[in-house]
Write a new protein. Structure first.
Lengths: 110, 114
């Protein structure tokens, strides 16, 4: 079993839709949770960073962590064509390395 | 502020040649990471340095791969001899201090070994 599992998609939605991206993890010691966005032919860029259960909001983006279920989500409201990218979750424990999900490819159609 | 800078952006070379990838981390960042990204395996950590010292190289695939960090502002990843299966995008990233902190990535080197 992989330490971090992420549905690779691809996921295609119409502009304005709410997008839900998800990851599950196996190690309850993980305590830092991140979402990265990667545009084609670019490096991953940090979108969200959290270390507690619950929700964290930043504009149209909401990161949700459920430690009891070992489940994290990224929600994108009012999705735009410019949100089309691959989204990677990344998880670590204190002093450990980041472990990345496989990435979900998202396409937002005008 | 300048981000992580990698060179070259693209490299095409023949099997058996030596390949050297270069990285300049964000100034003031103490940790540097080399990753490889492929469709099949996703983003894999090859090696990371803290304060210029290699801390974990367990992801380096074999002895053909080597990495150095001679000072806080420069690192290299070398493949010698290169093989077609080394074709991938190689990313360098840096973080302020620890490996568990958010990392800032360069735009990668797209490597093709013919």
């Amino acid at each position: 079993q992989k330490e971090v599992e992420q549905d690779p998609g691809p996921l295609s939605v119409p502009e304005g839709a709410i997008v839900s991206l998800n990851c599950t993890y196996s190690n309850s010691a993980f305590q830092y949770f991140m979402w990265y966005r990667q545009y084609s032919r670019k490096g991953p860029e940090l979108l969200m960073y959290t270390y507690s259960s619950g929700n964290k909001e930043d504009g149209r983006f909401t990161a949700q962590v459920d430690k009891s279920s070992k489940y994290i989500s990224l929600f994108i409201r009012d999705s735009q064509p410019s949100d089309s990218a691959t989204y990677l979750c990344a998880i670590s424990n204190q002093g450990g390395k980041l472990i990345f999900g496989q990435g979900t490819e998202l396409s937002v159609k005008p | 502020d300048a981000g992580v800078i990698q060179s070259p952006r693209h490299e095409v070379t023949e099997m058996g040649q030596e390949v050297t990838l270069r990285c300049k981390p964000i100034s003031g960042h103490n940790s540097l990471f080399w990753y490889r990204q492929t469709m099949m395996r996703g983003l894999e950590l090859l090696i990371y340095f803290n304060n210029n010292v290699p801390i974990d190289d367990s992801g380096m695939p074999e002895d053909r791969f080597s990495a150095k960090m001679p000072n806080a502002s420069f690192s290299t990843l070398k493949i010698q001899p290169s093989e077609p299966r080394d074709s991938a995008v190689y990313f360098c990233a840096s973080s302020p201090d620890r490996a568990d902190q958010p990392q800032h990535f360069g735009d990668g080197t797209r490597l093709s070994i013919l």
